[in-house]
Unconditional design. Sequence first.
Length: 182
Amino acid sequence: MFIKILFYVAVILVALIGYRHYALKQPSLIIGENAPEFTLPDKNGIQHSLSDYKGKYVVLYFYPKNDTPGCTKEACSFRDDLSKLEQLNAKVIGISVDSEASHQKFAEKYHLPFTLLADVDGHVANAYYALTNLIFIKIAKRYTFLIDPDSKLVKIYNNVDVSNHSQQIIDDLTNMQSVTKT
């Protein structure tokens, strides 16, 4: 009996250590490198590519699921701050693994005027290291990538607080653009 308990404790410890190692050693993209190119459909089936937005800043945000509390709060903050972001030459693009039809309902329900892209197979989220793949369930992590007009990564947000995220991006864009003007 004691050996059986010891065995289970050992298995649990190995699993915990393995998970911590995996969680801490996640690969990521690097500031200054080119953002991975993508082409995905929006809520109307129209294809969008990163290259379509060359010459503008892109706020590329990945989110877990349409119409959930955190994702709704984040999307509505981007909606409410969209004019400020556009004044800073930025386009907002949201990506999740939800379907085009789900994006359609979500955008209509909350009057979201920016682009939502359907990454149903998770390939784009995976290219940005923003995919959690739990065998039967794929879900996008809440990560945001700020991409400059030349398609270079200038900021990565992988610890997003939905209550102030949009304003944080506005502040970062304002600071970046004031530095480049001087």
